[in-house]
Design a protein around this ligand. Sequence first.
Ligand code: HEM
Length: 131
Amino acid sequence: MTFYRAQETIQVQGYTIPQGATIVPNIWAVHRNADVWDDPGKFEPQRFINRESDLSGKDSKLIPFGGGRRSCVGLPLAYRTVHLILASLLHHFEWDLPQDSMENGLDMTEKFGLVISMATPLKAIPNKCGL
Ligand code: HEM
């Protein structure tokens, strides 16, 4: 996460951003904007299948890697490896949840902070390695 500093006093949608102000972009809120995304709280990865996605920061509606001069330098590596890592883990193991989660479902409550994490950390148990 990058903190930005306003080089001069500017107006953005009626708000005054004073020179020198520290700015922390709220990417969480951008990605949950109901004006842009249908049912933004729903986990629905297939919504991206037919979307012409430019993750470089030019498409301000979808900025998981930030944007501008301080955007993520690891984007090309992440773009090529994240799905491979996930697919390998899913392919080679069978995954279980702890008994409590199996019976009561996952607690998806979020813990607020500089990054949003799960209030109850996810525990996934790998077994039956297929390697
Ligand atoms: C899914 C994977 C990743 C995501 C979602 C991600 C996301 C981000 C975000 C949101 C930023 C802040 C950008 C901004 O403020 O505009 C950032 C910065 C950065 N990321 Fe990543 N990142 C990922 C993977 C990686 C990897 C694999 C590397 C290195 C190998 C990396 C290295 C960096 C560095 C060095 C910065 C700071 C860039 C700067 O301040 O100029 N990231 N990343």
